[in-house]
Design a binder for this molecule. Structure first.
Ligand code: PTJ
Length: 249
């Protein structure tokens, strides 16, 4: 990979792009993942390539949900594995959540490669290889889940995907925490907690909030969850994109 100087104005964005390219070369990211990354970059540019105060709030709420969950699962696709392998494992450790590989362009080979890659980055157990249960109402490969993983979960973190699984998980009564840079996309629109932020910033920030909330009581965590206004979070991100105004300013 070409060396990118630290002071390059687009340093972070270029490093992120290279990670996706590397993911494709390793066979963990699909070629469609390159297109998804391009879409994400465009929205991130419009959001100012920073975590908005509303997104930071949503990330704290996501941390509270993960800590309150009976059984939380972090869903991992080819882009997430390439972009935040260490960080998603750290989030699983900080919250006691399971990791499960779930792919849109599913091949068993890619599921295995992603699971191996996460284990290389410190994961103990990675679900998603059994695929012995189905999400009702979905007719594509994302419906394939583990019975003791996403199928059983009460809270699921769903970073960066198209919208119909988000709707189907909501139908199953699960709490969905969605990370997506496009506030108008179907997945954040249907999420219990829409997080409009780059997965590269969002995942470590959810972990930081989880560490901060580690000693909080159940009542405190429930109050954080109840105070959350999902419509306001979506509106703040859209406002930033349309007018350049950051919420709280
Ligand atoms: O690995 P697979 O087979 O499961 O495939 C994964 C992709 C991402 C290719 C697949 O889910 C897909 O095609 O997704 P879409 O329909 O392109 O949607 C991706 C969404 O994620 C878009 O709304 C993008 O704006 C958003 N996005 C892209 N990069 C990021 C992002 N959101 C947060 N952080 C990013 N880095």
């Amino acid at each position: 990979m070409t060396e990118i100087p630290e002071d390059h104005p687009r340093h972070d964005s270029l490093v992120t792009r290279h990670r996706i390219e590397d993911g494709v070369d390793r066979g963990i990211t699909s070629r469609q993942g390159l297109v998804a990354q391009g879409r994400g970059e465009a929205y991130d540019y419009l959001l100012g390539e920073q975590t908005l105060p509303s997104a930071d709030g949503a990330e704290r709420v996501a941390a509270a949900h993960l800590l309150l969950a009976e059984h939380a699962v972090l869903s991992v696709n080819g882009n997430v594995a390439a972009l935040v392998p260490d960080e998603i494992v750290e989030l699983a450790e900080a919250t006691g959540a399971d990791l499960e590989v779930n792919l849109f362009n599913r091949t068993e080979e890619r599921v295995e490669r992603i699971a191996d890659y996460l284990r290389e980055h410190g994961a103990d157990e990675v679900k998603g290889t059994k695929a012995d249960a189905r999400i009702p109402g979905l007719d594509h490969e994302r419906a394939k889940v583990d019975s003791d993983g996403i199928h059983d979960a009460d809270v699921v973190l769903v970073p960066l995907e198209d919208g119909d699984r988000a709707e189907a998980l909501a139908e199953m009564g699960k709490t969905e925490l969605v990370i997506d840079l496009n506030p108008l996309s179907r997945s954040p629109q249907t999420a219990s907690v829409p997080i409009v932020d780059n997965v590269v910033r969002a995942v470590p920030n959810i972990t930081a909030h989880a560490s901060d909330l580690r000693d909080a009581s159940r009542e405190e965590l429930e109050a954080i969850v109840e105070d959350f206004d999902r419509e306001a979070a979506l509106a703040a991100a859209e406002e930033r994109i349309r007018t350049g105004a950051a919420d709280g300013e």
